[in-house]
Design a protein around this ligand. Structure first.
Ligand code: GUN
Ligand code: FE
Length: 452
């Protein structure tokens, strides 16, 4: 049964690096929140459907400055770090974690503190058009479940991990699991609680097995988490080859790359999301491809912490699954539109980041740029593939996770000049200049979750 229809122009990217624009389409959404059909004026039943929806007051008509666009997918967000956004980003990763992040995350032991932060964060992401978010919470089971509850309450598609860290030499005494055994019991209980949350019958929120990164976990922990993954077939997320320091740590402890280590412990599956993945060897590429795991490219955070440039071009060309992550608070802005721009900038700095006055061999690697359309594809379709959900396109059978961008609101940074701007120009302007005030409505699974 049809619940409502949206009439107007839309953009989406069925093909990586390309886009599709429909000037006057009717997107029909059923009562399960799934797209039933997408009609244009050429279709025989366009007019009948239109009159019927209009008569039943089920029609949402967009104005000429409004665009229907797929919801954005953020593959990597640290929910407890929202209060840290914008602080200390000129520190190296190790110091940033020890001085800012771990003391803040430790506070999420307190349910009242979590209840002060999580609703604000989820609201902020939704208002910026993030319809699906893959979250790291903290090591605390009860407040990690609270984050899942909050996503359900606000209607966001959430993938939530209780973080695991038990390696005493790397974790401060005030922020470490009481024991490996207890942490594994808590993680299994967390998985079951999230799956059975009241209101989660349609699995809007899902549990994610979350070893923080190699340095924070003992091998017993990685082993135990791998066993839980095999038992529950749930999603996995972790940080992978993120900085010189993290990479060197893995080499010293295991003599292997992060991808090889995660693979050994049964943590590489088609539902694994590897944040960062800066230093990938040819063998890492092969393992990622064979397992169907995905990469969460976090461009701005990589600029701060990686000590190297992300090989986004090679990853896309090799057809590895790849979407975008904000890595809040490793990057401060809770918007995947911003992350799209950062991803393009990151690739361009790598390509020709130095001055013409410097020697030729300091000019970076030619051909390593990515396009705005590729970054937008990662933010929508690529992200959807990584979370194993049918989102990111306006096609029958896809979930209706969508937003309306209005380029003509007060205080808009976007300026469209209809007589000069092609459809592609308009889409590029929206990707690069869109901000929170342009986003007027947001739906997740056919539910209206933001309306301004
Ligand atoms: N590596 C391990 N933990 C973190 C974190 O919280 N943020 C970032 N950016 N990298 C990490
Ligand atoms: Fe991170």
């Amino acid at each position: 049964e049809i619940k409502f229809g949206v009439l107007g122009q839309y953009f989406h990217c069925p093909v990586k690096g390309d886009f599709e624009y429909a000037s006057n389409a009717l997107v029909l959404v059923d009562d399960k929140g799934v797209i039933a059909s997408v009609l244009t004026e050429k279709d025989a039943d366009f007019q009948t459907q239109l009159s019927q929806l209009s008569a039943n007051k089920q029609l949402i008509e967009l104005s000429s400055s409004q665009y229907l666009m797929p919801g954005m997918v953020d593959l990597h967000v640290h929910a407890p770090q929202f209060p840290q956004a914008g602080k200390g980003l000129d520190l190296p990763l190790y110091d940033w974690l020890q001085d800012y992040t771990f003391p803040l995350e430790a506070k999420f032991e307190d349910l009242n503190f979590a209840k002060k932060i999580y609703p604000e964060l989820v609201q902020s992401l939704l208002a910026n058009g993030t319809t699906s978010a893959v979250y790291f919470a903290t090591i605390h089971k009860h407040t990690s479940v609270e984050l899942a509850r909050e996503c359900l309450k606000q209607g966001q598609r959430g993938f939530i991990g209780k973080v695991n860290m038990d390696e005493a030499s790397q974790c401060p005494p005030f922020y470490i699991e009481p024991s490996t055994r207890d942490a594994l019991i808590d993680t299994e209980d967390f998985i079951q609680q999230v799956l059975q949350l009241e209101g989660n019958e349609h699995q809007l929120v899902s549990p994610v097995v979350t070893p923080r990164f190699v340095p924070s976990c003992t091998s017993e922990m990685l082993q135990g988490l791998g066993e839980l993954v095999q038992k529950y077939h749930c999603h996995v997320q972790t940080h992978c080859s993120e900085s010189d320091w993290a990479r060197d740590y893995s080499q010293e402890k295991y003599g292997k790359t992060d991808v090889e280590i995660y693979s050994d412990f049964g943590l590489m599956t088609s539902k694994t999301i590897l944040a960062h993945s800066i230093f990938l060897t040819p063998n890492d590429h092969a393992v990622i491809k064979a397992t169907g795991a995905s990469i969460a490219h976090c461009p701005l955070s990589n600029m701060y912490f990686a000590n190297a440039a992300m090989q986004t071009r090679e990853i896309l060309d090799n057809e590895l699954k790849c979407g975008l992550g904000s890595d809040l608070a490793g990057a401060p802005i809770p918007s995947i539109f911003h992350t799209c721009l950062d991803a393009v900038n990151h690739s361009r700095v790598r390509e020709d980041g130095t001055s013409t006055y410097l020697p030729a061999d300091s000019r970076g690697e030619s051909g390593s740029r990515i396009s705005f359309l590729e970054s937008y594809w990662m933010a929508t379709v690529g992200g959807g593939q990584a979370i194993d959900a049918r989102v990111g396109l306006f096609q029958p059978g896809f979930e209706f996770d969508a937003l309306i961008v209005d380029t003509a609101v007060a205080d808009s940074n976007i300026f469209i000049l209809d007589e000069m701007d092609s459809a592609k120009d308009k889409l590029e302007k929206i990707i690069t200049l869109n901000s929170r005030q342009n986003i007027r409505k947001v739906w997740v699974k056919g539910q209206l979750v933001i309306e301004k």
